[in-house]
Design a protein around this ligand. Structure first.
Ligand SMILES: Cc1cc2nc3c(=O)[nH]c(=O)nc-3n(C[C@H](O)[C@H](O)[C@H](O)COP(=O)(O)O)c2cc1C
Length: 317
């Protein structure tokens, strides 16, 4: 299966394969980013980096919820931008594969300043997390809930850096395509879809919410249909590339998100259930699928579900 081409391009950055370590999954240090790449990731994204160190929420911060899924409210714990600069600089020295810095801030201005500063470490891309469900911003809700706020952050970040940016959007909105259009118009080079889905677990014996933050973000296999819908809708609404993620556990899952319109795929919760070997396993499963369905390249798959619909619509009109 050597003649199957898994390489792809994300916002002008070449990836040897489309599988990217998602933000927040063992990715705070240079060693952990490089470890994911050594284990087959096409690129690695850092945990969200805030201007100052953050402790995050008190335990419990994660609860498993059946079917390879979980709800977390980590609260964006991270050592802050000074430490992250060193880790990314170090990671860039240790690998040729792309390193993506994920930034998070509480105000529009701080987002711009973080983008400027993180640029000193020369990440290949910057992912702008405007969509964490577990923390509030200066307006009391994630920026990605409102097209104008999301566009405002995008414009500010674009003014402060020349590095291409991906804006990471939340599925917890009524019209995600409208948000995607707003950030595209504001200059985003690409979008990441999706961050976690809002969720909650109550322990009925003690009649108490399980997570200390009470509510959290749902990830893993159960949310894949939400991700597929978001990618599918946004692919039709914008021209910028989509980094798709949400519930990808297997090669077929990855193919499904590519067919919806993603050009690359984030692997998050799968790491907890399949280990770091997930990158190699999922690539093997993709190759099997592609071989049996006579696809030679990822490019033959991206957006495929749309061309079929267009063919069908042509037939009935
Ligand atoms: C434990 C955990 C921590 C996360 N932390 C972050 C984060 O710091 N920044 C961010 O943008 N997304 C974060 N995410 C969201 C993931 O990057 C991803 O968007 C989401 O989990 C969906 O993908 P998955 O189903 O493959 O996990 C986190 C997810 C999990 C499970």
């Amino acid at each position: 299966m050597k003649n199957i081409d898994l390489s792809t391009t994300l916002c002008g950055v070449k990836l040897r394969n489309p599988l990217v370590l998602a933000s927040g999954i063992v990715d705070t240090t240079a060693s952990s980013l490089v470890y994911a790449i050594e284990n087959g990731a096409g690129a690695a994204i850092t945990k969200s980096i805030s201007p100052e160190p953050r402790k995050g929420h008190k335990e419990p911060i994660v609860v498993a919820v059946g079917n390879n899924s979980m709800i977390n409210a980590v609260g964006l714990s991270n050592p802050g931008i000074d430490a992250a600069l060193q880790e990314i600089t170090d990671a860039k020295k240790r690998t040729k594969e792309p390193i993506i810095a994920n930034i998070f801030a509480s105000t529009v201005k701080e987002f711009g300043e973080s983008a400027r500063r993180i640029g000193e470490a020369k990440p290949d891309l910057i992912e702008v997390n405007v969509s964490c469900p577990n923390v509030d911003d200066e307006f009391g809700k994630p920026f990605s809930c409102d097209p104008d706020l999301a566009a405002h952050v995008t414009r500010e970040v674009k003014q402060k850096t020349k590095i291409p940016i991906l804006v990471k959007l939340s599925p917890n909105v009524s019209n995600i395509a409208a948000i995607a259009k707003a950030v595209e118009a504001a200059g985003a080079d690409g979008i990441t879809l999706i961050n976690t889905v809002g969720g909650m677990v109550i322990d009925v014996e003690s009649a108490t919410p399980v997570l200390s933050n009470k509510v959290g973000g749902w990830s893993g296999a159960a949310i894949k249909p939400v991700a597929v819908k978001a990618i599918y809708e946004c692919y039709r609404a914008v021209k910028i590339p989509i980094l798709g993620m949400g519930g990808v556990m297997t090669g077929k899952d990855a193919v499904e998100l590519l067919m919806a319109g993603a050009v690359a795929i984030g692997i998050g919760t799968a790491i907890y259930y399949r280990g770091m070997g997930a990158f190699t396993l999922i690539q093997g499963e993709m190759r099997e699928f592609m071989k049996s369905h006579h696809y030679k390249s990822i490019k033959d798959i991206i957006g495929k579900a749309h061309s079929r619909i267009d063919e069908y619509e042509d037939l009935i009109t």
